[in-house]
Ligand binder design. Structure first.
Ligand SMILES: Cc1cc2nc3c(=O)[nH]c(=O)nc-3n(C[C@H](O)[C@H](O)[C@H](O)COP(=O)(O)O)c2cc1C
Length: 211
């Protein structure tokens, strides 16, 4: 798939996306990647990912998203060290089945919650907007699918959300008070190929069709 330009409502937009898989192949191929090469993601590709993100459906056309882009190893390492104890405290308060392994991982000093990915894109949502969280997650999926189509790996890092919503980190990364961190996405070139996973068949409660 190659998209070079696009005309929409009189607005002419040039897209720089050059993908190698079609949409269904991409949906099947997308996996959470947790081991990355050291290669840097070029800025043009980061721009294409953002462009894909903002094409998501958006309730009452509010486009209630804002982004933080971090492409700096030390910043991500510091953020990971800050996020781990916060996430651990929350984990311990939940009644999870079999939490020991997860607790061990998060207690390990060497564990980087971003898996040493080259980049992190955080999608924030404007909280006054109806369905802002849904809009942000749709944008996140657009972004991850386009990343996959460009042979980049991605992983949602839910364990970073609490850290991003502390006042210290909000201030450091310029997140306005009327926005909240919703979807942190680690990105980089995968170290290994991850085969497609299986999923349960769709659970259909009712099917009504006229023929
Ligand atoms: C809201 C959300 C939060 C997640 N948080 C994390 C996380 O903190 N760390 C992680 O390694 N994976 C995280 N994941 C990835 C899931 O573990 C992963 O999507 C799931 O195991 C299915 O695997 P797949 O994405 O390869 O299909 C998260 C996924 C979602 C949707």
């Amino acid at each position: 798939m190659e998209v070079t330009d696009y005309s929409y409502g009189g607005i002419y937009i040039v897209l720089s996306i050059k993908a190698e898989k079609d949409i269904f192949e991409t949906i099947l191929a997308r996996r959470s990647v947790r081991s990355f090469k050291k290669n840097k993601i070029p800025q043009g590709i980061i721009s294409s990912l953002l462009e894909a993100a903002v094409r998501a459906p958006t309730a009452v056309h509010q486009e209630p998203w804002g982004f933080v882009i971090i492409q700096d190893e030390q910043t991500l390492k510091t953020l990971s060290d800050y996020a781990k104890p916060l996430f651990l405290t929350g984990l311990k308060q939940r009644e999870l089945d079999d939490p020991e392994q997860l607790l061990d991982v998060f207690e390990s000093q060497n564990f980087n919650i971003f898996y040493d990915a080259d980049a992190l894109i955080l999608i924030c949502g404007k909280t006054s907007s109806p369905f802002y969280a849904a809009d942000c997650w749709l944008a996140a999926e657009n972004l991850m699918l386009v990343a996959c189509a460009m042979n980049l790996g991605s992983c949602v890092i839910g364990s970073a959300v609490e850290a991003f919503n502390t006042s210290d980190i909000r201030n450091k990364f310029g997140i306005p008070n009327n926005f909240t961190a919703v979807a942190p996405i680690a990105l980089g070139y995968p170290n290994v190929e991850s085969p497609p996973t299986s999923r349960k068949a769709p659970l259909i409660f009712t099917r009504i069709a006229s023929d």
